[in-house]
Design a protein around this ligand. Structure first.
Ligand code: GN1
Ligand code: MG
Length: 418
């Protein structure tokens, strides 16, 4: 049975009937049985659709937050550009790697469009569900961490030859820390906040570190780092792990796939995965950046990313880890001071608690700066040693080939002479 419900139902709020009616706008090829909230995104609303036969058993339905993404159709354009590029590349690379890798695909509406806008202006899109795999809110162990790193490396590697000009800017200013800082200054100047001890701590915290906020943007201005296609949000929750093999099989949530620095992604992945207590913990004093997890993630990441990273890219990895943790703390803190207008919250203090977690994490990164720098240096050295070993072997092979060719010509001159 297929459900076709009138659009006025959308005005009734977000109940089953409403959601089923929205889902019925998409061409799943089967009847919609159920639509349930899914995942724990801080910005968009995500639902899992269960279907009765047809082309899919399950699908993911999302309502894009239009307060955040002012032009959600750009997200769709980027997803299309990405998928067109990836189809060929994924087939090539997974065949080479001999392992599963999947990309969530857009499911069209019954009218053949890539998205559906409801009567209230809600912007919906549906994507394929990746079966037999799940995401985790926190990293489970070093093996999991290495897989998360692999997923980001695989993603970057697959899009490293997608011309960045083909991607639109879906979220202007995203990860440009100096912009978050000037917004914070404006909010703070508006002084509509309670000067609690936590707020005083946050204000001091930001004041002591603000001079480093432009570290990556300054490197861009000097021409040391350049814009490339990025994921934008490679936190641990966005990496799908195969239930049987424990291997990463997809990096989902493509809303912030756009031009940026790979450092935003590397920093975000590390700040998210090396914090085993997760973003939502309230055990602030126990928040720690785990360097063993950091080493595992980088190992997984570099196994795929080594071929496109430049020397300058390596130079800024530590700064990226520090900066993105600081930046997310600043974003949560600003949102708290502004009255929680950006991130979804459970209560009025939720963003403040999240900010404290990221600030503690930043302090832990600072306290272990030498260890983190050493991990990066050692992995960089191992890759460069492998490169020299390969180039040594290549030159030995080429010497042997020229010796063989010399012998061949000597033999043929002897034959010609006799
Ligand atoms: C937001 O919506 P979600 O959970 O995928 C945010 C990210 C943050 C993340 C922190 C568009 O991602 O930048 O790192 O929360 N996304 C946007 O959990 O701002
Ligand atoms: Mg996201």
């Amino acid at each position: 049975m297929c459900l076709h419900l009138p659009l006025f139902l959308y005005y009734m709020g977000e109940n089953q009937t409403t959601l089923i009616a929205v889902a019925a706008a998409f061409d799943f090829g089967g009847a919609v049985l159920d639509v349930q909230r899914y995942g724990a995104g801080n910005v968009n609303d995500t639902f899992l659709v269960t279907l009765d036969g047809g082309s899919y058993q399950k699908a993911v339905l999302q309502r894009v937050n239009r307060q955040v993404f002012r032009r959600p159709e750009l997200i769709i354009l980027n997803m299309r550009a990405f998928m067109d590029h990836l189809r060929a590349a994924t087939a090539r690379q997974t065949a080479m790697a001999g392992r599963r890798w999947e990309v969530p695909d857009l499911i069209p509406t019954r009218d053949g469009a890539d998205y559906f806008v409801d009567n209230t202006g809600g912007f919906w899109r549906a994507t394929t569900f990746i079966a037999g795999a799940q995401t985790y809110a926190t990293v489970q162990n070093c093996r999991h961490a290495k897989e998360v790193g692999y997923a980001l490396g695989q993603f970057h590697s697959l899009i490293s030859d997608l011309p960045v000009e083909r991607l639109r800017d879906t979220l202007e200013g995203f990860h440009i820390t100096p912009r978050y800082l000037s917004h914070y200054d404006q909010v703070l100047a508006g002084n509509g906040y309670k000067p609690s001890p936590e707020v005083r701590y946050g204000v001091n915290f930001v004041a002591q570190r603000r001079r480093w906020a432009a570290v990556l943007e300054d490197a861009v201005a000097r021409g040391e780092l350049t814009s490339r296609p990025i994921h934008g949000d490679p936190k641990v929750d966005n990496v799908m792990i195969d239930n049987d093999t424990g291997q990463a099989v997809s990096l989902i949530d493509l809303d912030t796939l756009k031009p940026g620095l790979v450092h935003y992604d590397i920093g975000d992945c590390l700040r998210s995965c090396c914090n085993p207590l997760g973003e939502e913990t309230e055990a602030f004093d126990e928040v720690r950046f785990e360097t063993d997890l950091c080493a595992a993630i980088l190992k997984g990441y570099l196994s795929q990313a080594r071929h496109f990273l430049t020397g300058k890219d390596y130079d800024y990895i530590y700064d990226a880890v520090w900066l993105i943790a600081f930046e997310l703390g600043l974003r949560f803190f600003t949102d708290y001071l502004e009255g929680n207008v950006y991130f979804k919250t459970k209560d009025a203090e939720h963003n403040l608690r999240r900010a404290l977690v990221q600030f503690r994490l930043t302090e832990s990164i600072e306290a272990q700066a030498d260890t983190i720098q050493t991990i990066i240096r050692e992995q960089r050295l191992a890759i460069s040693n492998q490169r020299s070993a390969i180039s040594y072997q290549q030159s030995a092979i080429s010497d042997q080939l020229s010796a063989i060719s010399d012998q061949r010509s000597a033999i043929s001159s002897q034959q010609a002479a006799s």
